[in-house]
Ligand binder design. Structure first.
Ligand SMILES: C[S@@+](CC[C@H](N)C(=O)[O-])C[C@H]1O[C@@H](n2cnc3c(N)ncnc32)[C@H](O)[C@@H]1O
Length: 285
């Protein structure tokens, strides 16, 4: 899951530019847990060092102690970059492919119910909500289906990339040619080597920052489906349970909750029951 980022972790033999003690790591762990619910295991020490050393360089702090003190003293601007640095944003188009035909069948059954509302609750750089939008074009056979997708994430950097919808061509290599032709505009000149998703897909989606840990999400349901994939793994079970509790009133009574391949909500069986592999429905309708 984290492999993309772990390549930048330093080896034991490297000389570190900044002193990074076990106490510093414990402080980081506590701060990011309280802020984002992310539980960092001790195996993540090198990763944390390399990601935050960049923030020290960028901000000019001379030690982790000074940097972490400034966060604790409420340096609100740096909080955002600190959080962005510690999230893991790995994603891809049509990741966990089997979910998309399932979403299509689910929406197909509801197509006469008026506008369909979908929520992608950890949208990262946008590949997931754009894949959902492409599936909706497929169901309704139009670039302007009666669909609204709310796409949220905690990390403001990835949200900016998602809004732009511009991807290097190598990120699109696994997409079938017909999808590439139908849903992307190939860049020319300065944009060569990149492709942008068609504006019609962007028009279906509202991107917004949302911390799943916040008490008040200020969003209104009901959603016909919620995607919450490959984010719960960063949270401990009590945090997962609290989030799942908040999904319940936001999901339509016959709505679906899509989870990531290694996520199970068995510990919340009173809230959600398994419908199919990693897809859940409300336990009480
Ligand atoms: C590994 S990516 C998964 C992206 C996509 N859902 C997928 O399955 O391909 C996890 C995403 O969760 C986001 N995230 C982490 N903590 C979060 C939180 N507390 N609230 C909302 N999003 C969070 C990260 O910023 C990151 O973009």
């Amino acid at each position: 899951m984290n492999e993309i980022y772990e390549v930048d972790s330093i080896s034991k033999d490297d000389v570190r530019e900044y002193k990074f003690t076990a106490h510093d790591f414990e402080r980081v762990k506590k701060l990011i847990y309280n802020r984002a619910g992310i539980s960092l295991s001790s195996s993540k020490q090198n990763m944390v060092y390399s990601r935050l050393a960049r923030r020290l360089r960028a901000t000019g702090y001379l030690s982790f102690k000074e940097y972490l003190d400034s966060l604790e003293n409420g340096n609100s601007h740096e909080w955002e970059s600190f959080t962005n640095a510690l999230t893991t944003n790995l994603t891809s188009f049509f990741r966990e492919q089997h979910h998309f035909p399932m979403l299509e069948r689910h929406v197909e059954k509801r197509r006469n119910n008026g506008k369909i509302h979908l929520w992608c609750s950890a949208s990262s750089t946008g590949e997931e909500p754009y894949s959902m939008a492409m599936s909706m074009v497929h169901v309704f056979k139009t670039y302007t289906p009666p669909i609204h997708i709310l796409a949220t994430d905690l990390d403001t950097n990835v949200l900016a990339k998602a809004r732009a919808g511009i991807y290097p061509l190598e990120r699109l290599e696994k997409l079938p040619k017909d999808k590439l032709r139908k849903f992307f505009l190939k860049g020319k000149g300065a944009q060569a080597g990149y492709a942008m998703v068609r504006p019609e897909l962007k028009n279906m989606i509202t991107f917004r920052q949302l911390n799943l840990l916040d008490n008040n999400w200020s969003i209104r349901g009901p959603f016909d489906a919620i995607f919450c994939r490959n984010v719960m793994i960063y949270f401990d079970k009590p945090t997962q349970y609290k989030i799942l509790q908040k999904f319940v009133p936001l999901l339509a009574s016959d709505g679906l909750l899509f989870a990531g391949h290694s996520e199970s909500f068995q510990h919340a069986a009173d809230l959600f029951k398994l419908r199919e592999k990693t897809v859940y429905e409300l336990a009480k309708k």
